[in-house]
Write a new protein. Structure first.
Length: 167
């Protein structure tokens, strides 16, 4: 009989989660906050009592709301690497989950724009054997390390498949 801790270790010791990078979102929050502060200082400095001019603060505030929505959407997409399989989850109210075996992964591709290369983020796409199934994760941190890790685990499972033991 396995103890609770041993079961947890067996199920999750190779667990890795990949999510979209938050670097660009943090930069957007910083710029939006600075724009609001700049407009507030300017309007206070010119002693403007016209309420219509203060409505200009709504423009950067709207940008911050759009960033917050993007930040929430980022939390809704996740790629999890388990012991012998890979799981892609997306959505909140209607959740979609795709699970594939690591042994069936044939191609791992990293695409980076110039800006992404400067920030060390990139787009990761995985192709599997059989159907034309592709999983794509946009703007993840350290995409080359993630791709190498996935390929390494895939090769390891092809050469030494894990034995299925009952918990």
């Amino acid at each position: 009989m396995w103890s609770r801790d041993q079961r947890w270790l067996q199920c999750y010791h190779a667990r890795v989660e990949l999510r979209t990078s938050v670097k660009i979102i943090k930069f957007g929050y910083l710029l939006g906050g600075l724009r609001i502060i700049k407009k507030k200082i300017y309007l206070s400095a010119i002693h403007n009592d016209d309420q219509r001019m203060w409505a200009l603060l709504a423009i950067p505030a709207l940008g911050l709301i759009i960033l917050a929505v993007r930040h929430m959407r980022r939390r809704l997409i996740k790629l999890t690497i388990l012991d012998d399989r890979l799981r892609y989850e997306s959505g909140v109210l209607s959740k979609s989950t795709r699970t594939m075996e690591l042994t069936k992964i044939q191609d791992v591709r990293v695409d980076q724009t110039l800006g992404q290369r400067m920030l060390d983020i990139g787009n990761l796409s995985l192709e599997t054997a059989g159907e034309s199934s592709r999983i794509a994760m946009r703007s993840i941190d350290n995409p080359h390390a993630a791709a190498d890790r996935i390929l390494e685990l895939s090769r390891a499972h092809r050469t030494n498949p894990p034995s299925n033991t009952a918990l």
